[in-house]
Design a binder for this molecule. Structure first.
Ligand code: AMP
Length: 395
């Protein structure tokens, strides 16, 4: 893996593919700057070595040039976070863009206009990628959030740099965190898979079974398993078509020596709403008009025991409808237990979906070993796929 370590960037212009696809409000203010902060380490590393940075990114899904999705809106936020002046250039390819980047002095940072103003970006167009490659002397990919896309800036342009292509610090950290869970994690290894549906997690579960010792299943997926085992699930979210698969999966897990932990009790509600009536119920005994929306107290105790005895923990998906305050306790409690296990020496990776939002919402962000910045990219990694953006850097 070609990382930034031991690379000399002095007097070199690094084209850094960042993921500045941040949410912006009606007033063009950045409402969550996590992704900009995540790119800081790479940019500072290059600048501190006497190099300069040409930042390229996409923002939103524009159809052609759309001033509302211009990256010019975020320049002041990027300056505030990086604590260095950032110039903006209103295009990302062509002679004028090349001339503008050719004259950046060491220590300089230029943010180029939204890559997706050109349809060639998502099409992975070779000529467009070649145009992008002319913006600097070397290529650094730090956009984990788009590493699962074979776009011009994330994958295709890497071929124009034989040796001079590098993993940015964020990309490196993401890849190493995944490897720690999938390959080199200290045993016992636990995967906690929650969220809404079994169908969206099948490939992940299948891929994880060879790598883990324990599997906790939570969230809405639970009811497909409960029904498959002959239980009553009332109005709970349930995928009838996947009941057979659920049983097959339990069998496979047993064959592979993976211990599966399913909830024994859940919090049920008489409506899908925060203000619904609530009570604790055995998983397979849910009355007809009720539905399971969170993990129950006995379940949380059992899960706590598992979390505290494992040394490597992957968490993907909430244990309940955490968006409703009255049904968020299970997800919060599980998060707190993972935090405790982490403090006691376990490695914890939270990634790929709503568990990341939950961890942030409940203030547990700093208590996990690593929180992934990429939704889809993390999911595909957990599914065992090689991300094209990463493969292109390794070639
Ligand atoms: P995912 O994107 O698959 O991780 O699913 C996350 C979503 O699953 C969240 O929006 C949760 O509200 C939802 N979820 C979790 N538990 C349940 C449940 N018991 N019933 C319905 N939805 C759930």
């Amino acid at each position: 893996m070609r990382t930034l370590a031991n690379q000399d960037f002095s007097n070199r212009r690094a084209i850094v593919r960042v993921d500045f696809n941040v949410p912006i409000d009606d007033q063009f203010q950045v409402t969550d700057s996590t992704r900009i902060k995540a790119a800081k380490e790479t940019i500072h590393y290059i600048l501190n070595q006497g190099g300069s940075c040409v930042l390229i990114s996409h923002l939103g899904r524009p159809k052609g040039k759309d001033p509302k999705l211009s990256l010019s809106h975020i320049v002041s936020k990027v300056e505030e976070i990086l604590q260095v002046p950032v110039s903006f250039f209103g295009d990302c390819v062509g002679r004028a863009a090349e001339q503008a980047t050719a004259s950046i002095a060491p220590g300089g940072v230029t943010l180029m206009e939204n890559l997706r103003f050109y349809k060639e970006e998502t099409a992975g167009d070779l000529d467009f990628a070649e145009g992008l490659s002319k913006l600097g002397d070397c290529y650094v990919n730090d956009a984990f959030g788009t590493a699962h896309r074979a776009h011009a800036s994330t994958t295709i342009m890497a071929q124009f740099f034989k040796e001079d292509k590098f993993f940015g610090r964020l990309l490196e950290k993401e890849v190493k965190a995944i490897e720690k869970v999938m390959k080199s994690g200290e045993k016992p290894v636990l995967a906690i898979l929650g969220g809404a549906k079994v169908s969206s997690k099948i490939t992940i579960i299948e891929n994880m079974l060879d790598k883990i010792d324990h599997l906790i299943i939570g969230g809405g997926m639970v009811y497909t398993f409960a029904k498959a085992q002959g239980g009553s699930v009332g109005q709970s979210i349930c995928e009838d078509d996947y009941c057979d698969y659920a049983l097959e999966l339990l069998k496979k897990a047993k064959e592979k020596g993976v211990e599966v932990h399913l909830p024994t009790d859940v919090i049920i509600a008489d409506d899908f709403s925060n203000d619904a009536n609530r009570k604790v119920c055995k998983v397979g005994q849910i009355p007809d008009d009720w539905e399971g929306l969170d993990a129950g107290p006995e379940t949380l105790k059992n899960f706590q025991y598992v979390v505290m005895q494992t040394k490597t923990i992957l968490w993907n998906g909430p244990l309940g409808v955490f968006e409703f305050e009255n049904f968020s306790a299970g997800t919060i409690t599980l998060g707190e237990h993972i935090a405790k296990s982490t403090a006691a020496g376990a490695f914890s990776l939270v990634g790929g979906g709503d568990s990341v939002a939950a961890v942030k919402q409940f203030g547990l962000e700093d208590k996990m070993s690593y929180i992934s910045t990429g939704g889809g990219a993390m999911l595909e990694s957990l599914e065992g796929k090689t991300l094209p953006g990463i493969a292109a850097l390794l070639e």
